[in-house]
Structures are given as structure tokens and as C-alpha cells.
Design a protein around this ligand. Structure first.
Ligand SMILES: O=C(O)CCC(=O)C(=O)O
Ligand SMILES: [Fe+2]
Length: 320
């Protein structure tokens, strides 16, 4: 519990001058200092913003998600032996890459409106700069400087990570033991600015990439290629509204230039303590501790273990 609340944090946060894109791209020391120095103020501002807006702001929760997925997930938490019903909702495109309906299309517009409101809050938000700087995205995980710290959003984000993504990744990708830590950001492609993303792997054990485009928000181009390293084949995916792709972080992928419209996604990662990823994992971020291997044999992991929370604490290191 905080002992003192800053009652006009929102006003103060809105008056801050955010670091420039150039300084952010150069990873200038002043940029990190800005986010560190203002962390508490900005977090208080988000809490105030939520209260100020409470009459007309959605409280995001799992009812935004696809009803079939929700049902299967809730059943599996209650009875882990029913987890196959979750697996059945996911289609495997190539080894280690799966797709399913994630958001309920009937509710997605409400969630987008909520995200729009966060962008227009006037509170400084840090765009993700992993491989490239994505101007229209934001950091989502509390480990990240300048993340979207609206308290209600955080409840929802944690629900997605803990109740949905972690057990699904354990089930489909066998990531148990490499999934204590969470990370996430949003991205948006458009033909003027952030057009594409060159081939890379993620510094994650598992990545869940969720398209949040509405059915009437069409785009052309922007296909995402996944490389099947066992056969050398490339599968080209086109993100449909509300659909998610779950993949091992080490499956190489690349995004074609978008030629019209916009595409908005939430990209969330799971990886182990000290950024461990399963054996054989390589990535394009160059900062993964992949020397410590664990010997976790998939056969020893029971359904009950998959549908459980990790026991270790969440650390505070951010991949970018
Ligand atoms: O274009 C996409 O949806 C893929 C994004 C991606 O791979 C990433 O942000 O690491
Ligand atoms: Fe990626």
C-alpha cells in the first residue's frame, strides 16, 4: 500500500515531455532515466485516469475472449484432464505454430475503443523498440519502462498470461519450466511508417501474437511467413480479425510490407527465469541466457502441473 497518493498525478504526467524517437532509437541514457524517474508518477496517473473515466470506460476482462476458448479454458482449470478440448481449438499450421480464434468478434470493438482511449489519455507511453521501433505500439508488461499501467488493464493482461497463454503453451509447445516470466507489447503496421519486419526469432519460449483488427478494418500485404526448419518450407499466414498465432520463439518469422490499411496486434511472450528458453533456442535479440539447460522431460509433466501457476517470483528485467 502506498502511504501517499499524488492527487494530480494525471495532470503532472500529461505535462511531461516524452523522449524523442531519435533518442529512443539510440537507446540514449536520458530515455531510460526519463522512464525510471517518472515511473511512480506515471503509474499514479494511470490509476487516476481510470477513476476519472470510469463512467464510460470498459473494464476489460475475459468475457472479451472467444466463448468456446473461454469455456474450454475454464473447464480445464477446473478439471485438467479436460485440457484436450483446449488443444482441439488450435490448428497446427507447421510444427510449433498454431492458430485459433482468440477474441470474440462481437466484443473486439469495445476492446479497441478501450485501447484508443489509453492512447489518447495524454499519459506518456513507451513504444516498443525491439528489432525496429514500432511507433504506434506500447509496452504492456509491468516489467517494462513506460508500460500501459492502467490497473484494470493489468488484471486482464495477467489473466491472459496466467489463465490462457501459459497452460496453452505448455500443452501445445511443451514449454513447462520455461514460462515463469511474461512480456508483452502492441504493434501496428501501416504503409507510411512501420511497414514490415525482417526475418527473426523471438527471445521467448512461446510467443502469442493476437490480431485485434476489426472485421471492417481490412488491409493488404502484411502476411507473416513462418519457416519450418524441419522441412525448409515456408508457410504464409494472413491474420484474421481476433485470431491468434501461438509459436515457439525459435521459429523464424518475417512480416511482408503492408500495402494498404492497418494491422494491429498484441504480441506477448513467456520465457523462463534469467530469460531461459528451451534447448536449441536461438533468437535475434542477442541477450538470452541459453547456457543453463534444464532437463525437463515432457512425459513427466502432468495435466495438473500444466494447469497451475509457476511458484517463482516475477523478475523485473525486460528484454527490450
Ligand atoms: O507481424 C507480426 O505480426 C509479427 C510481429 C513479430 O514477430 C514481433 O513483433 O516479434
Ligand atoms: Fe517476432
Amino acid at each position: 500500500m502506498k502511504t501517499m497518493t499524488n492527487t494530480n498525478a494525471l495532470q503532472q504526467a500529461r505535462a511531461l515531455t516524452q523522449p524523442s524517437r531519435e533518442a529512443s532509437l539510440k537507446r540514449d541514457l536520458s530515455v531510460s532515466q526519463f522512464w525510471k524517474n517518472n515511473r511512480n508518477l506515471i503509474e499514479d496517473a494511470w490509476a487516476e485516469w481510470e477513476i476519472e473515466k470510469k463512467e464510460d470506460l470498459l473494464v476489460p476482462d475475459e468475457t472479451l475472449l472467444d466463448p468456446r476458448l473461454r469455456q474450454a479454458i475454464n473447464d480445464a482449470w477446473e478439471k485438467p484432464e479436460k485440457e484436450n478440448a483446449v488443444a482441439d481449438l488450435w490448428e497446427e499450421i507447421i510444427p510449433g505454430v498454431f492458430t485459433a480464434q482468440f477474441f470474440d468478434l462481437e466484443r473486439l470493438a469495445e476492446f479497441r475503443k478501450y485501447l484508443e482511449a489509453t492512447v489518447h489519455s495524454g499519459i506518456p507511453i513507451r513504444a516498443p523498440y525491439g528489432i525496429q521501433l514500432n511507433r504506434y505500439g506500447m509496452m504492456l508488461d509491468s516489467r517494462s519502462e513506460g508500460h500501459l499501467a492502467a490497473p484494470n488493464f493489468h488484471v486482464f493482461y495477467n489473466e491472459i498470461m496466467d489463465r490462457y497463454m501459459r497452460p496453452i503453451a505448455r500443452l501445445l509447445l511443451g514449454t513447462y519450466g520455461y514460462d515463469n516470466q511474461t512480456f508483452g507489447f502492441s504493434i501496428q503496421y501501416n504503409p507510411e511508417k512501420d511497414k514490415d519486419l525482417h526475418a527473426h526469432t523471438d527471445a521467448s519460449a512461446a510467443t502469442l501474437n493476437i490480431n485485434i483488427n476489426l472485421p471492417d478494418e481490412e488491409f493488404t500485404g502484411s502476411e507473416v511467413d513462418f519457416h519450418d526448419q524441419t522441412t525448409g518450407k515456408v508457410v504464409q499466414t494472413i491474420f484474421e480479425p481476433g485470431k491468434a498465432i501461438l509459436h515457439r520463439g525459435n521459429v523464424p518469422h518475417a512480416t511482408h510490407p503492408i500495402t494498404s490499411g492497418e494491422r494491429s496486434n498484441l504480441v506477448v511472450w513467456l520465457y523462463g527465469d534469467r530469460m531461459q528458453i528451451p534447448r536449441g533456442g536461438t533468437n535475434s535479440y542477442g541477450n538470452v541466457n541459453n547456457k543453463e539447460f534444464k532437463d525437463i522431460s515432457a512425459e513427466n509433466i502432468t495435466a495438473r502441473k500444466r494447469w497451475s501457476m509457476p511458484d517463482g517470483p516475477k523478475d523485473t528485467i525486460a528484454p527490450f
